[in-house]
Design a protein around this ligand. Sequence first.
Ligand code: GLV
Ligand code: MN
Ligand code: MN
Length: 414
Amino acid sequence: MKRAEVRQLQAWLDGVDRFNATPGEGTTRGVYTPEDVAARDYVKKEMEQLGLTVSQDPMGNLFGELPGTDPELAPVWTGSHIDTVPNGGKFDGLAGVFAGMEALRLIKESGLPHRRTLSVNVYSGEEMSRFGICCIGSRALTGRLKAEDLQERRSPEGQSIYDAIKDCGYEVDSFDEAYPHKKEIYASLELHIEQNSKLEKAGLPLGIVTGICAPTNLSVVVKGVQTHAGGTSMADRRDAFMAAAEMAAELERLARESKSAYITGTVGHVEVLPNAANVIPGEVRFTVDIRSVSAEDKDELYQALRKAYDNIASRRGVSVEITLLNHDKPLLCDEAICRLLREKAAALAVPCMDIVSGPYHDSLLLGDLTKVGMLFVPSRDGISHDRNEWTDTADIARGTDVLAETMLALANEL
Ligand code: GLV
Ligand code: MN
Ligand code: MN
């Protein structure tokens, strides 16, 4: 097979980065914003240029297919996402979409026969930053996103997912007919940037992902009494911020003290009301993000956290309302696919190591539909979700070669 071209991957990475709400301050492309729609149109055109058969579903998920010689066989998928966190980087998600497109280009141009259809997909809204719930495109495919979620989940501006999709002009009214995805999928692969520094520290260009941590996301509202900062003695306060601060610190303590092999706890978004220097905050809203590769450990932490939050609230005379946004299950990648990825990497002389993913990915959801494998390429200094996120295109190209060889092998498996 031909080898991946750095020039081609670079052209796509640069081409899509024009669609950015914060040029000069990292990449901001929230799902269903004008930038996301323009980026999707760009990817669609580039897929068509490659000769792929492109279709789009009601959530805006894109499918670029290269038909196999036995089109009735279940297809092999690859893909990732094009949305970003606010002021994020240009590789998270995009590396996997373009690696997938390049893999299909290589297979097509090398004229190698494949029985199963190959498809490179773009899943809508992998980042949870706009609607508070992650992987909405791939979640819809699995049937785990419900029609009522489209109405209930809202952006910080108060727009529902339904209205946001409608504004893009996509066929959201066909949601109930389209999901869950009805056709069988043989296997799904995803290349992604590592978003950690394990590969860099090991001096290796490739990671074979053995498991994907899953997020549990909460929204927490603490209500106290808003009053005068100077006029209210310490004993008389019901300070919503101090209660929330203690709750945040409790999350950190529980995560640090957990016996879990890998568990994280993060408060990433905080709103303080009224947010004025001489007023005791009356209300605080914050998010909690818990990840682990063990469903049991994550559940244990979640239950302990709920209990601790009730205790803190009653001791401080405030109220607390916890909404569970999602409580996803971690996924173990398919062992046979991991073996195949290692074999293909060895044949291409690309050294690799096994790795567990702390971040979630669309593949986590796709694990409901099919067997899954993932490849990681190194992130400089482990930085991601930031404008300084960086991955060498040459590393993406090497990973793409392994992806292409593995897809071809899977496409000829019976
Ligand atoms: C995905 O970007 C995550 O937050 O893990
Ligand atoms: Mn991300
Ligand atoms: Mn990602």
